[in-house]
Every structure is written in structure tokens, then in C-alpha cells.
Design a protein around this ligand. Structure first.
Ligand SMILES: Cc1cc2nc3c(=O)[nH]c(=O)nc-3n(C[C@H](O)[C@H](O)[C@H](O)COP(=O)(O)OP(=O)(O)OC[C@H]3O[C@@H](n4cnc5c(N)ncnc54)[C@H](O)[C@@H]3O)c2cc1C
Length: 430
């Protein structure tokens, strides 16, 4: 190894030290590494669809995750630089200041995330050695039994092909450079000094997820081994409220506090110890949905955000400010829908059943442009993930991957099935 190998690790949605192959690769190749996380202020600027793309709940979760990462790096005599600025500018500044020779990122399928990396590649061309190693998904792109262009348009053919040909799992080792951090010349902020987002919509009254890699591992262990809730997942997964009925791993996966491969490894260990059943399989099944939407975004790119969707169909929806406001604030004619929307505002999370019901209500009852609904979810959700959010919304609006067209949920029937005594409504609506 040459003394001149100076690395920059750019943390994005991979806020962890374990099973982080890009990090492992960089730290193996370099004798000194700078670690950076960048908050893009663009996320706080109003768009056509929403006040801000990053809301308080997710930002709080990210800050907790950064504090955890910072603490873990400090234990290894490293420091995490946290910067607010345009990502490509900040990375450029660090590369020049620290005479960086190697750079590492975990590839992501999001349009903006790809653009940021491309900008830096363009600026520095062949002056940098890149360490790009996938770990946001269960499988690497080269493992897929089809090219991205031939990715099946529907989930079922995708799942069948995957299940026939590949088994998930290959974890990366944890290696952090033992040398002195390169970051000392740079003004850096601690995670507890990070900006407060000025658009404080409502206090986060019932925030239940705690961010960070260590919290993620505890939650995975709790869900699988301690509580053994995994054994009943298939029966309970349509629950509406509470901690036990589903894994609550989505936010950790979205910010990369844990990798899907680590989740699968735990599921496989669990199955070997306690036996496989339909429930343990079903968690894998749901992770395959996450996987499908990720690769789907890789295939369709910005079409994921188009009103007419990937199917190029006019959804015949429009914007009505007062209806949209009522939906967002939980003030519609349906208390069931209102309870979900209040749950979202108060916790930054909503069950999968709830998301389907309120999205259906948004497009079918209120006839609202689905993109405003998706943008509200983007702002509010702690587990927001571009591929999963916009993919699921397109699906429900009838312009996405579902060949059967738009799905309309019968809200009363759903309420009778899932909240017959109004217990859930009572938790969130006076
Ligand atoms: C309109 C709409 C928007 C959504 N937006 C997001 C989003 O931004 N980010 C996100 O992670 N999930 C999203 N989902 C999927 C799903 O609702 C959440 O992943 C799930 O509710 C998270 O809770 P959990 O971790 O306890 O899930 P579990 O039921 O325990 O599932 C385990 C994991 O499987 C994955 N998963 C489960 N259901 C789905 C699904 N329908 N599609 C894709 N992956 C799934 C998630 O990674 C989840 O953590 C959305 C669903 C809908 C209908």
C-alpha cells in the first residue's frame, strides 16, 4: 500500500460501518480516510408539490443515525465531517483540500443520487480511483438473472425469476483505517449542532423509531430473536399500530443503518435455529418488493415521477388545494383515513395497510393528483425511499407496474376488517 493513497468516504444512504463493502474496499486500499455526510439544502426548498422534501421526523432520524455513526467512528479515532451544501461542491472541496486519490460511495438508483456522482466523475474524470460497491439491495446488479432493460414489468415474474436463480447473502467485513483521520483541517459540525429545519410543521409527539446502526441491530434482534415476532409475521403484518406486528426495519433500511443482506442473514440464522415457516419466508417476500422497486427505478429513471407514469396513461386527476389540505391534516370525511394521516404526522411512520388505504382515498375519493400525495409522503416518512415511495404510489394510481390498473379500496370495508371497534381511530382522532 502506498502512503499517497488518501481516501474519501461519502456516506449517503449507508449510515453504517458493518456490511458496507464500499467502505471496506476504500479502507483496505487507503492508509488515511476522510469520512463525510452532506445535507443538501435543496431538500428544504419548496417544490411544486410540497413545502420541503425533507420533514422533521426523517431529519431527526438521520441526525440520530449520524450521532451514532460519529460515536462509532470516534471509537476508532476517526471523525465524521458533516456539511451542509451542494453535495458535488462539498466533495470537490474535500478532494482538493485533502488531495484525495480514492473515493467510495454505495451506488443508489435515485435520479438525484446518480446525478451527484456523475457530476463528480465528470469533474475529476480519471484523477480518482472509485470504489463503488453495491449494498443497498439484496443482490448486486450482475447477479440478477436478466439485464436491467429486461427487468420484468411486474413483481410476480420478477420474484419467480429471482427465486429460481439466486440466494441472497454475502456480507462484507468491517474494516476502518487505523491511521489518523485526514479531516483535521476542515471545519466540521457535530451531529448535535446540525441545523433545525425551520419548517416545523408539528412537534413529533410520538416518535417511536430511534435512528442509528446500533438501534437497527437491536431492532432486528428484537423482532427476530427476542420476541420471535418473525414467526407470526404473515398473520400480523396487516396490523395498523404498535411495535410488534411488523419488523419496523424500513427506516433503518432506507437510511442504510442496516443492509437487507444483514436482515436476510438474521432470518436465515433464525430459520436454522427455530425452523422456517410461511412467516419467515414472507419477510423475504416483502424484501423482494423493495428490491423490485429499486431495480425498477434503475430501469425507468425519471419516469417514476411522471404524472402519466411508466404506462403513459392519463390518470384524470387534478389539484384541489382544500381537499389536499384536508387529506394531509387528517380532516377528511373519513375518520379512518384521518387516523392514518395523524399517525403519519405524529410518528413519521404508517403501516403498509394504512399507506394503501390513504393513497387509494387520495386518488379515488378525492381525485387528487397522486404526485401531491407521494410528495407529502416523501416529506413526512422517516423511511422515505424514492424507488419504494414513488413506485408504490404509481402502482396505486394505476400508472405504474400493476398491469391491472388502478386499485380502489373500499374504505368502509377496510375499516370493518382492520378496525371494527374503532380502537385505532380512537388513538389518533378525538
Ligand atoms: C403508497 C405507499 C408508499 C410507500 N412508501 C415507502 C417508502 O417510502 N419507503 C419504504 O421503505 N417503504 C414504503 N412503502 C412500503 C411499505 O409500506 C413499508 O416498507 C412498510 O410499511 C414499512 O414497515 P415495516 O418495516 O414494519 O415493514 P414490514 O412489513 O416488516 O416489511 C419488511 C420490509 O419489507 C419491505 N416492504 C414491505 N412492504 C413493502 C412494499 N409494499 N413495497 C416495498 N417494500 C416493502 C420494507 O423494506 C420493509 O421494511 C410504501 C407503501 C405504499 C403503499
Amino acid at each position: 500500500m502506498s502512503q499517497s493513497n488518501k481516501g474519501l468516504f461519502w456516506f449517503r444512504n449507508d449510515l453504517r460501518l458493518e456490511d458496507n463493502p464500499a467502505l471496506h474496499s476504500l479502507c483496505t486500499a487507503c492508509d488515511a480516510v476522510t469520512f463525510v455526510y452532506i445535507l443538501d439544502p435543496e431538500l428544504l426548498v419548496p417544490t411544486v408539490f410540497t413545502e420541503s422534501r425533507l420533514g422533521d421526523a426523517r431529519w431527526l432520524f438521520i441526525k440520530e443515525s449520524l450521532a451514532d455513526l460519529q460515536q462509532q467512528l470516534e471509537q476508532q479515532e476517526q471523525q465524521l465531517i458533516i456539511k451542509v451544501g451542494k453535495p458535488s461542491d462539498v466533495v470537490k472541496q474535500l478532494i482538493e483540500l485533502n488531495t484525495i486519490t480514492h473515493i467510495a460511495v454505495t451506488p443508489l438508483s435515485g435520479v438525484y443520487e446518480k446525478r451527484d456522482v456523475e457530476t463528480i466523475k465528470f469533474q475529476f474524470n480519471d484523477k480518482l480511483t472509485w470504489h463503488e460497491h453495491e449494498s443497498f439491495t439484496l443482490f448486486n446488479q450482475t447477479e440478477l438473472p436478466f439485464s436491467i432493460d429486461d427487468l420484468p414489468d411486474g413483481f410476480t415474474p420478477f420474484r419467480k425469476k429471482i427465486e429460481k436463480s439466486i440466494k441472497p447473502i454475502h456480507l462484507s467485513e468491517k474494516v476502518i483505517a487505523k491511521s489518523k483521520s485526514l479531516a483535521t483541517q476542515i471545519t466540521t459540525i457535530k451531529s448535535d449542532q446540525l441545523p433545525v429545519i425551520p419548517k416545523f410543521i408539528s412537534p413529533i409527539e410520538k416518535m417511536i423509531h430511534k435512528g442509528g446502526e446500533q438501534a437497527a441491530r437491536l431492532q432486528l434482534d428484537f423482532y427476530c430473536h427476542q420476541s420471535k415476532n418473525l414467526s407470526q409475521y404473515k398473520e400480523t403484518r396487516n396490523g395498523l399500530d404498535g411495535w410488534d406486528f411488523s419488523s419496523k426495519l424500513s427506516a433503518y433500511l432506507a437510511q442504510g443503518c442496516i443492509s437487507p443482506r444483514q436482515v436476510m442473514q438474521t432470518v436465515i440464522d433464525y430459520e436454522q435455529q427455530f425452523g422456517a415457516n410461511q412467516s419467515s419466508y414472507w419477510l423475504y417476500f416483502e424484501l423482494l418488493w423493495r428490491e423490485f422497486y429499486y431495480w425498477h427505478q434503475e430501469k425507468v429513471g425519471a419516469d417514476l415521477y411522471l404524472e402519466r407514469g411508466i404506462r403513459d396513461i392519463d390518470p384524470q386527476l387534478s389539484v384541489d388545494e382544500s381537499k389536499l389540505k384536508a387529506w394531509k391534516q387528517g380532516e377528511t370525511n373519513s375518520d379512518f383515513v384521518n387516523a392514518f394521516m395523524c399517525q403519519l404526522k405524529q410518528t413519521g411512520w404508517m403501516s403498509n395497510r394504512g399507506r394503501q388505504i390513504v393513497a387509494s382515498y387520495c386518488v379515488n375519493q378525492l381525485q387528487l393528483d397522486w404526485r401531491y400525495g407521494a410528495a407529502w409522503f416523501e416529506e413526512q416518512l422517516i423511511d422515505y425511499d424514492p424507488a419504494n415511495n414513488w413506485g408504490n404510489w404509481q402502482y396505486l394510481a394505476g400508472v405504474g407496474v400493476d398491469p391491472r390498473g388502478r386499485r380502489a379500496f373500499n374504505i368502509e370495508k377496510q375499516q370493518q376488517m382492520y378496525d371494527p371497534d374503532g380502537v385505532f381511530i380512537g388513538c389518533y382522532v378525538d
